[in-house]
Design a protein around this ligand. Structure first.
Ligand code: 5GP
Ligand code: MG
Ligand code: MG
Length: 184
């Protein structure tokens, strides 16, 4: 399939639409098998996980529910602050339920570590994680991530839900942001 010209602020395309589609389909199939006995509530982490949630959910051939949380960890820059705040909580109750967190990317893992303990305190039957992307730093945090789309290099990426200062989320691919955009 022909790829659109990458956005001028994109240094290079890391994962094109087809690569993402194929991998998301594989993950969806795996998740459907693993949860065949009891479908999970998918918890998407706003705003970055919108694209992966929409595509992944449609590849899970089960009666899943979808809920959303919004937390803040990064500001408008590219460095993790380590501070997590709930901006929007779940709409539904997860006690006694199987929960599958859907994330766009795990970098330091700080956000997820906090989110895991927050969700676990609500008495779910299980909490697992599906992330489209994982950076090397994440390996240093003791988080068991059950479903990983791609391990990527330690670079700041945008597109397919991922932003820089709230832009670029709508790019259909994952690309490396040109340093010239955020460095003088
Ligand atoms: P962590 O707490 O794991 O360091 O990062 C959590 C959040 O930081 C992610 O959900 C994402 O919103 C943001 N983030 C981390 N790395 C990147 C990146 O390379 N690009 C973008 N756009 N956001 C990132
Ligand atoms: Mg995220
Ligand atoms: Mg962001």
């Amino acid at each position: 399939m022909p790829q659109m010209h990458p956005h001028p602020d994109v240094d290079r395309v890391l994962l094109d639409e087809q690569q993402i589609r194929e991998r998301v389909a594989e993950l969806g199939k795996q998740i459907a098998e693993d949860y065949a006995d009891e479908p999970p509530i998918l918890v998407g982490v706003l705003r970055g996980a919108v694209m992966v949630m929409a595509d992944l959910a449609r590849q899970i051939d089960l009666k899943v529910e979808m809920d959303w949380m919004a937390v803040s960890s990064y500001g408008s820059g590219t460095k993790s602050s380590g501070v997590v705040r709930i901006l929007k909580d779940l709409s539904g109750d997860i006690s006694g339920r199987k929960v599958l967190i859907v994330e766009d990317i795990i970098d330091s893992g700080l956000t997820l570590k906090w989110l895991l303990s927050n969700l676990r305190s609500r008495g779910p039957k299980s909490v697992e994680i599906a992330t489209l992307l994982r950076k090397p730093e994440a390996a240093r945090v003791e988080i068991d991530v059950k479903y990983v789309g791609f391990d990527i290099p330690n670079e700041f990426v945008i597109g397919y839900g991922l932003d820089f200062a709230e832009n670029y989320r709508n790019l259909p691919y994952v690309g490396v942001l040109s340093r010239s955009v955020y460095e003088d």
